[in-house]
Design a protein around this ligand. Structure first.
Ligand code: SF4
Ligand code: SF4
Length: 382
Protein backbone atom coordinates (compact mmCIF):
# COMPACT_ATOMS: atom_id res chain seq x y z
CA UNK A 1 0.00 0.00 0.00
CA UNK A 2 1.58 3.30 -1.06
CA UNK A 3 0.43 6.59 0.39
CA UNK A 4 2.02 9.98 0.47
CA UNK A 5 3.49 11.45 3.61
CA UNK A 6 0.73 14.04 3.50
CA UNK A 7 -1.98 11.34 3.45
CA UNK A 8 -0.30 9.74 6.42
CA UNK A 9 -0.13 12.91 8.49
CA UNK A 10 -3.72 13.76 7.72
CA UNK A 11 -5.14 10.48 9.02
CA UNK A 12 -7.89 11.06 11.55
CA UNK A 13 -6.68 8.32 13.83
CA UNK A 14 -3.41 6.63 14.58
CA UNK A 15 -0.02 8.22 14.63
CA UNK A 16 -0.89 11.88 14.79
CA UNK A 17 -3.23 11.30 17.69
CA UNK A 18 -0.47 9.36 19.46
CA UNK A 19 1.38 12.61 19.82
CA UNK A 20 -1.67 14.47 21.06
CA UNK A 21 -1.22 17.51 18.82
CA UNK A 22 -1.20 18.46 15.17
CA UNK A 23 2.21 17.95 13.67
CA UNK A 24 1.27 20.21 10.81
CA UNK A 25 1.28 23.12 13.29
CA UNK A 26 4.91 22.54 14.24
CA UNK A 27 7.32 25.15 12.86
CA UNK A 28 8.77 23.94 9.58
CA UNK A 29 6.63 20.78 9.44
CA UNK A 30 4.49 22.11 6.61
CA UNK A 31 7.59 22.55 4.43
CA UNK A 32 8.86 19.10 5.40
CA UNK A 33 5.54 17.63 4.28
CA UNK A 34 5.65 19.50 0.98
CA UNK A 35 9.10 18.06 0.30
CA UNK A 36 8.10 14.59 1.46
CA UNK A 37 5.11 14.56 -0.87
CA UNK A 38 7.55 14.33 -3.74
CA UNK A 39 8.45 10.72 -2.92
CA UNK A 40 6.36 7.66 -2.15
CA UNK A 41 6.97 5.61 0.95
CA UNK A 42 5.74 2.06 1.49
CA UNK A 43 3.42 1.96 4.47
CA UNK A 44 3.44 -1.12 6.71
CA UNK A 45 0.12 -1.24 8.56
CA UNK A 46 0.35 -2.20 12.21
CA UNK A 47 -2.63 -3.19 14.34
CA UNK A 48 -1.96 -3.23 18.08
CA UNK A 49 -4.38 -5.31 20.17
CA UNK A 50 -4.44 -5.13 23.96
CA UNK A 51 -5.94 -8.13 25.72
CA UNK A 52 -5.46 -9.11 29.36
CA UNK A 53 -2.74 -6.58 30.12
CA UNK A 54 -1.79 -3.58 32.28
CA UNK A 55 -0.86 -1.37 29.27
CA UNK A 56 2.73 -1.21 30.57
CA UNK A 57 4.01 -2.58 27.25
CA UNK A 58 2.44 0.36 25.39
CA UNK A 59 3.90 2.81 27.89
CA UNK A 60 7.31 1.23 27.40
CA UNK A 61 7.07 1.61 23.62
CA UNK A 62 6.09 5.27 24.00
CA UNK A 63 9.32 5.72 25.99
CA UNK A 64 11.39 4.67 23.00
CA UNK A 65 14.42 6.97 22.90
CA UNK A 66 16.43 5.94 19.89
CA UNK A 67 14.47 6.28 17.71
CA UNK A 68 11.92 8.34 19.63
CA UNK A 69 8.31 7.28 19.19
CA UNK A 70 7.78 10.31 16.97
CA UNK A 71 10.68 9.25 14.75
CA UNK A 72 9.54 5.62 14.71
CA UNK A 73 6.07 6.62 13.56
CA UNK A 74 6.79 9.61 11.32
CA UNK A 75 10.15 8.84 9.75
CA UNK A 76 11.12 5.79 7.73
CA UNK A 77 12.07 3.00 10.13
CA UNK A 78 14.29 1.73 7.34
CA UNK A 79 14.77 3.57 4.03
CA UNK A 80 11.58 3.44 1.97
CA UNK A 81 9.51 1.75 4.67
CA UNK A 82 7.25 3.40 7.14
CA UNK A 83 5.09 2.07 9.95
CA UNK A 84 1.46 3.04 9.99
CA UNK A 85 -0.01 2.43 13.42
CA UNK A 86 -3.57 2.04 12.26
CA UNK A 87 -5.13 0.86 15.49
CA UNK A 88 -4.03 1.14 19.11
CA UNK A 89 -6.91 1.36 21.57
CA UNK A 90 -4.83 2.97 24.33
CA UNK A 91 -3.36 5.89 22.41
CA UNK A 92 -5.62 6.55 19.44
CA UNK A 93 -8.09 9.43 19.51
CA UNK A 94 -10.96 7.56 17.87
CA UNK A 95 -13.13 5.22 19.92
CA UNK A 96 -16.19 3.00 19.61
CA UNK A 97 -17.66 2.20 16.20
CA UNK A 98 -15.41 4.68 14.40
CA UNK A 99 -12.27 2.96 15.69
CA UNK A 100 -13.54 -0.56 15.01
CA UNK A 101 -14.67 0.35 11.50
CA UNK A 102 -11.25 1.86 10.72
CA UNK A 103 -9.52 -1.26 11.95
CA UNK A 104 -11.79 -3.64 10.05
CA UNK A 105 -11.24 -1.62 6.86
CA UNK A 106 -7.48 -1.60 7.31
CA UNK A 107 -7.36 -5.35 7.91
CA UNK A 108 -9.67 -6.16 4.99
CA UNK A 109 -7.58 -4.07 2.58
CA UNK A 110 -4.24 -5.47 3.75
CA UNK A 111 -4.69 -9.24 4.09
CA UNK A 112 -1.30 -10.86 4.62
CA UNK A 113 0.44 -7.47 4.62
CA UNK A 114 -0.11 -6.07 8.09
CA UNK A 115 1.71 -6.80 11.33
CA UNK A 116 -0.46 -7.71 14.31
CA UNK A 117 0.98 -6.71 17.68
CA UNK A 118 -0.66 -8.26 20.74
CA UNK A 119 0.02 -7.32 24.33
CA UNK A 120 -1.58 -9.20 27.18
CA UNK A 121 -2.63 -12.81 27.61
CA UNK A 122 -5.85 -14.06 26.01
CA UNK A 123 -8.68 -15.40 28.17
CA UNK A 124 -10.10 -18.64 26.75
CA UNK A 125 -12.46 -19.85 29.49
CA UNK A 126 -16.20 -19.42 28.79
CA UNK A 127 -15.49 -18.52 25.16
CA UNK A 128 -13.13 -15.75 26.24
CA UNK A 129 -15.89 -13.63 27.77
CA UNK A 130 -13.56 -12.30 30.48
CA UNK A 131 -11.97 -9.95 27.96
CA UNK A 132 -14.11 -7.97 25.52
CA UNK A 133 -12.29 -5.59 23.18
CA UNK A 134 -15.25 -4.10 21.31
CA UNK A 135 -18.84 -4.60 20.27
CA UNK A 136 -20.81 -5.44 17.14
CA UNK A 137 -24.55 -4.80 17.27
CA UNK A 138 -24.36 -4.58 21.06
CA UNK A 139 -22.66 -7.95 21.40
CA UNK A 140 -19.12 -8.15 22.83
CA UNK A 141 -16.19 -9.15 20.62
CA UNK A 142 -13.73 -11.08 22.71
CA UNK A 143 -9.97 -10.76 22.67
CA UNK A 144 -9.93 -14.44 21.76
CA UNK A 145 -11.92 -13.77 18.56
CA UNK A 146 -9.74 -10.84 17.65
CA UNK A 147 -6.40 -12.55 18.08
CA UNK A 148 -7.70 -15.57 16.18
CA UNK A 149 -9.23 -13.66 13.25
CA UNK A 150 -6.63 -10.90 12.91
CA UNK A 151 -3.80 -13.36 13.51
CA UNK A 152 -5.00 -15.59 10.70
CA UNK A 153 -4.62 -12.85 8.06
CA UNK A 154 -1.49 -11.10 9.39
CA UNK A 155 1.97 -11.14 7.81
CA UNK A 156 3.36 -11.87 11.27
CA UNK A 157 2.25 -11.59 14.88
CA UNK A 158 4.40 -9.93 17.51
CA UNK A 159 3.59 -11.08 21.04
CA UNK A 160 4.77 -8.10 23.04
CA UNK A 161 5.39 -8.55 26.75
CA UNK A 162 5.57 -11.53 29.09
CA UNK A 163 1.77 -12.06 29.07
CA UNK A 164 1.33 -12.23 25.29
CA UNK A 165 4.54 -14.21 24.83
CA UNK A 166 4.18 -16.82 27.55
CA UNK A 167 0.95 -16.16 29.49
CA UNK A 168 2.67 -14.14 32.24
CA UNK A 169 0.74 -12.91 35.25
CA UNK A 170 -2.85 -13.53 33.94
CA UNK A 171 -1.92 -17.18 33.29
CA UNK A 172 -0.27 -17.69 36.69
CA UNK A 173 -1.79 -20.34 38.93
CA UNK A 174 -4.78 -20.65 39.47
CA UNK A 175 -5.41 -18.92 36.10
CA UNK A 176 -9.17 -18.38 36.61
CA UNK A 177 -9.77 -17.04 33.07
CA UNK A 178 -7.88 -19.80 31.25
CA UNK A 179 -5.41 -17.20 29.93
CA UNK A 180 -2.94 -18.38 27.28
CA UNK A 181 -0.15 -16.90 25.18
CA UNK A 182 -0.68 -15.89 21.55
CA UNK A 183 1.43 -18.82 20.34
CA UNK A 184 -0.70 -21.28 22.31
CA UNK A 185 -3.96 -19.75 21.06
CA UNK A 186 -2.91 -19.87 17.38
CA UNK A 187 -1.67 -23.43 17.83
CA UNK A 188 -5.06 -24.49 19.26
CA UNK A 189 -6.80 -22.87 16.28
CA UNK A 190 -4.45 -24.47 13.74
CA UNK A 191 -3.25 -21.05 12.50
CA UNK A 192 0.28 -21.03 11.11
CA UNK A 193 1.03 -17.30 10.96
CA UNK A 194 4.59 -16.81 12.23
CA UNK A 195 4.79 -15.52 15.81
CA UNK A 196 7.68 -13.61 17.35
CA UNK A 197 7.85 -13.42 21.13
CA UNK A 198 9.21 -10.22 22.66
CA UNK A 199 8.89 -10.94 26.38
CA UNK A 200 9.58 -8.66 29.34
CA UNK A 201 7.46 -7.00 31.99
CA UNK A 202 7.52 -4.65 30.23
CA UNK A 203 9.66 -5.28 27.14
CA UNK A 204 12.42 -2.79 26.37
CA UNK A 205 11.31 -0.37 23.60
CA UNK A 206 14.47 -1.23 21.63
CA UNK A 207 13.39 -4.89 21.57
CA UNK A 208 10.04 -3.91 20.01
CA UNK A 209 11.28 -1.32 17.50
CA UNK A 210 14.40 -3.37 16.66
CA UNK A 211 12.34 -6.48 15.96
CA UNK A 212 9.90 -4.61 13.72
CA UNK A 213 12.77 -2.98 11.82
CA UNK A 214 14.41 -6.37 11.28
CA UNK A 215 11.15 -7.82 9.95
CA UNK A 216 10.86 -4.90 7.52
CA UNK A 217 14.49 -5.32 6.44
CA UNK A 218 13.77 -8.95 5.64
CA UNK A 219 10.61 -7.92 3.74
CA UNK A 220 8.49 -9.99 6.11
CA UNK A 221 10.90 -12.93 6.19
CA UNK A 222 11.46 -13.77 9.87
CA UNK A 223 14.71 -15.67 9.17
CA UNK A 224 16.66 -12.46 9.75
CA UNK A 225 15.44 -12.41 13.36
CA UNK A 226 17.24 -15.63 14.30
CA UNK A 227 14.64 -16.73 16.84
CA UNK A 228 15.72 -18.84 19.79
CA UNK A 229 13.96 -21.96 21.11
CA UNK A 230 11.28 -19.80 22.76
CA UNK A 231 10.57 -17.73 19.65
CA UNK A 232 12.53 -14.72 20.97
CA UNK A 233 14.87 -12.67 18.73
CA UNK A 234 18.23 -14.15 19.73
CA UNK A 235 20.32 -10.94 19.58
CA UNK A 236 18.27 -9.44 22.44
CA UNK A 237 17.65 -12.61 24.45
CA UNK A 238 20.87 -14.63 24.29
CA UNK A 239 23.11 -12.87 26.86
CA UNK A 240 22.74 -14.21 30.39
CA UNK A 241 21.98 -11.36 32.83
CA UNK A 242 24.38 -12.91 35.35
CA UNK A 243 27.32 -12.86 32.90
CA UNK A 244 27.12 -9.12 32.37
CA UNK A 245 26.11 -7.97 35.84
CA UNK A 246 28.39 -5.51 37.66
CA UNK A 247 27.88 -7.62 40.81
CA UNK A 248 29.29 -10.74 39.16
CA UNK A 249 32.61 -10.26 40.95
CA UNK A 250 30.71 -10.07 44.25
CA UNK A 251 28.93 -13.31 43.40
CA UNK A 252 32.22 -15.03 42.57
CA UNK A 253 33.61 -13.84 45.91
CA UNK A 254 30.52 -14.97 47.84
CA UNK A 255 29.78 -11.37 48.77
CA UNK A 256 25.99 -11.42 49.05
CA UNK A 257 23.58 -8.70 50.18
CA UNK A 258 21.42 -10.01 53.01
CA UNK A 259 18.96 -7.11 53.06
CA UNK A 260 17.68 -4.61 50.51
CA UNK A 261 19.92 -1.57 50.31
CA UNK A 262 23.10 -3.50 51.12
CA UNK A 263 25.97 -3.63 48.68
CA UNK A 264 26.70 -6.99 47.08
CA UNK A 265 25.25 -9.63 44.80
CA UNK A 266 21.46 -9.88 45.13
CA UNK A 267 21.09 -13.62 44.56
CA UNK A 268 20.04 -14.30 48.17
CA UNK A 269 17.29 -11.70 47.77
CA UNK A 270 15.84 -13.65 44.87
CA UNK A 271 17.81 -12.38 41.84
CA UNK A 272 16.93 -14.49 38.77
CA UNK A 273 19.94 -13.18 36.82
CA UNK A 274 21.62 -16.61 36.77
CA UNK A 275 18.67 -18.13 34.86
CA UNK A 276 17.49 -15.15 32.76
CA UNK A 277 18.49 -14.32 29.21
CA UNK A 278 18.23 -10.65 28.19
CA UNK A 279 20.64 -7.82 27.41
CA UNK A 280 19.43 -5.43 30.19
CA UNK A 281 22.88 -4.90 31.78
CA UNK A 282 24.34 -3.99 28.38
CA UNK A 283 21.44 -1.97 26.93
CA UNK A 284 20.06 -0.54 30.19
CA UNK A 285 16.67 1.16 30.44
CA UNK A 286 15.29 4.69 30.19
CA UNK A 287 17.68 5.73 27.46
CA UNK A 288 20.66 3.95 29.00
CA UNK A 289 20.15 5.31 32.52
CA UNK A 290 20.04 2.17 34.64
CA UNK A 291 18.48 -1.28 34.97
CA UNK A 292 16.85 -3.40 37.66
CA UNK A 293 19.91 -4.71 39.53
CA UNK A 294 21.79 -1.43 39.20
CA UNK A 295 18.75 0.24 40.78
CA UNK A 296 19.05 -2.14 43.75
CA UNK A 297 16.32 -4.67 42.92
CA UNK A 298 16.89 -8.29 41.96
CA UNK A 299 16.18 -9.28 38.38
CA UNK A 300 12.76 -10.96 38.54
CA UNK A 301 13.38 -13.00 35.39
CA UNK A 302 10.63 -11.30 33.39
CA UNK A 303 11.90 -12.53 30.01
CA UNK A 304 11.76 -16.26 30.73
CA UNK A 305 8.78 -18.51 29.90
CA UNK A 306 8.46 -19.52 33.58
CA UNK A 307 7.83 -15.92 34.74
CA UNK A 308 6.22 -15.13 37.22
CA UNK A 309 7.25 -18.53 38.63
CA UNK A 310 5.37 -20.60 41.16
CA UNK A 311 7.12 -19.10 44.19
CA UNK A 312 7.56 -15.57 45.52
CA UNK A 313 9.73 -13.43 43.27
CA UNK A 314 12.10 -13.02 46.23
CA UNK A 315 12.72 -16.75 46.63
CA UNK A 316 16.37 -17.40 45.71
CA UNK A 317 17.10 -19.50 42.65
CA UNK A 318 19.86 -22.04 42.45
CA UNK A 319 22.30 -20.74 39.86
CA UNK A 320 22.09 -23.73 37.57
CA UNK A 321 23.38 -22.15 34.38
CA UNK A 322 26.85 -21.11 35.39
CA UNK A 323 28.90 -19.80 32.48
CA UNK A 324 32.06 -17.77 32.32
CA UNK A 325 31.53 -14.03 31.93
CA UNK A 326 31.36 -13.04 28.27
CA UNK A 327 33.98 -10.34 28.83
CA UNK A 328 36.81 -12.86 29.24
CA UNK A 329 38.91 -12.78 26.04
CA UNK A 330 38.90 -15.97 23.95
CA UNK A 331 42.08 -18.05 23.92
CA UNK A 332 42.76 -17.43 20.20
CA UNK A 333 46.12 -18.43 18.73
CA UNK A 334 46.50 -16.61 15.43
CA UNK A 335 50.04 -17.44 14.30
CA UNK A 336 51.58 -20.72 13.17
CA UNK A 337 53.71 -22.78 15.49
CA UNK A 338 53.26 -21.92 19.14
CA UNK A 339 56.34 -20.42 20.75
CA UNK A 340 57.26 -20.02 24.39
CA UNK A 341 55.17 -16.84 24.71
CA UNK A 342 52.10 -18.59 23.35
CA UNK A 343 52.47 -21.44 25.80
CA UNK A 344 52.74 -18.87 28.57
CA UNK A 345 49.65 -16.98 27.32
CA UNK A 346 47.58 -20.12 26.91
CA UNK A 347 48.71 -21.27 30.33
CA UNK A 348 47.74 -17.94 31.85
CA UNK A 349 44.29 -17.93 30.21
CA UNK A 350 43.78 -21.56 31.20
CA UNK A 351 44.81 -20.80 34.76
CA UNK A 352 42.53 -17.76 34.85
CA UNK A 353 39.65 -19.83 33.54
CA UNK A 354 40.37 -22.58 36.05
CA UNK A 355 40.58 -20.14 38.92
CA UNK A 356 37.41 -18.37 37.77
CA UNK A 357 35.71 -21.75 37.54
CA UNK A 358 36.88 -22.64 41.03
CA UNK A 359 35.60 -19.29 42.30
CA UNK A 360 32.23 -19.72 40.61
CA UNK A 361 31.86 -23.27 41.85
CA UNK A 362 32.84 -22.23 45.37
CA UNK A 363 30.35 -19.34 45.35
CA UNK A 364 27.57 -21.58 44.05
CA UNK A 365 28.40 -24.28 46.61
CA UNK A 366 28.51 -21.76 49.46
CA UNK A 367 25.16 -20.35 48.41
CA UNK A 368 23.65 -23.82 48.08
CA UNK A 369 24.87 -24.94 51.52
CA UNK A 370 23.51 -21.72 53.05
CA UNK A 371 20.17 -22.29 51.34
CA UNK A 372 20.11 -25.88 52.58
CA UNK A 373 20.87 -24.70 56.10
CA UNK A 374 18.11 -22.12 55.94
CA UNK A 375 15.56 -24.67 54.76
CA UNK A 376 13.43 -23.56 51.85
CA UNK A 377 15.15 -20.15 51.44
CA UNK A 378 14.61 -16.58 52.58
CA UNK A 379 11.52 -15.80 50.49
CA UNK A 380 7.99 -16.80 51.27
CA UNK A 381 6.30 -19.22 48.95
CA UNK A 382 3.34 -18.06 46.93
S1 SF4 B 1 22.86 -13.12 40.97
FE1 SF4 B 1 21.94 -11.20 40.20
S2 SF4 B 1 22.98 -9.57 41.35
FE2 SF4 B 1 24.21 -11.42 41.61
S3 SF4 B 1 25.73 -11.31 39.97
FE3 SF4 B 1 24.03 -12.53 39.17
S4 SF4 B 1 22.72 -11.07 38.11
FE4 SF4 B 1 24.09 -9.87 39.43
S1 SF4 C 1 16.85 -7.17 34.54
FE1 SF4 C 1 15.54 -8.98 34.67
S2 SF4 C 1 13.62 -8.26 35.60
FE2 SF4 C 1 14.75 -6.44 34.88
S3 SF4 C 1 13.91 -6.09 32.81
FE3 SF4 C 1 15.76 -7.33 32.56
S4 SF4 C 1 15.02 -9.46 32.54
FE4 SF4 C 1 13.35 -8.20 33.37
Amino acid sequence: MDVTRRDFLHQGIGTVSVLGFSLLKMPGMQQVCEAADAKKVAEIPVVWMANGSCSGCSVSLLNSASPSIQEALLAEVIPGMHLSLGFHATVMAAAGDLAMEAMNKLVAENKGKYVLVVDGATATKDDGLYCAVGEVDGKPITGYQHVRDLGRDAMAVLSVGACAAFGGIPAADPNPTGAVSVMELLKREGIETPVVNIPGCPPHPDWIVGTIATILLGDGDLQALKLDEHGRPAPFFTPLIHDNCPYRGHFDNSDFAEHFGEHGCLVKLGCKGPITHADCPLRKWNNGTSWCVEAGHPCIGCCEPEFPYDKSMFTPVEPAQMTFPGIYPPAAIEHQGPDKGTYAAVGAVGAAGFLAGVGITAAAKKLKSEQDAEGSGTGSEA
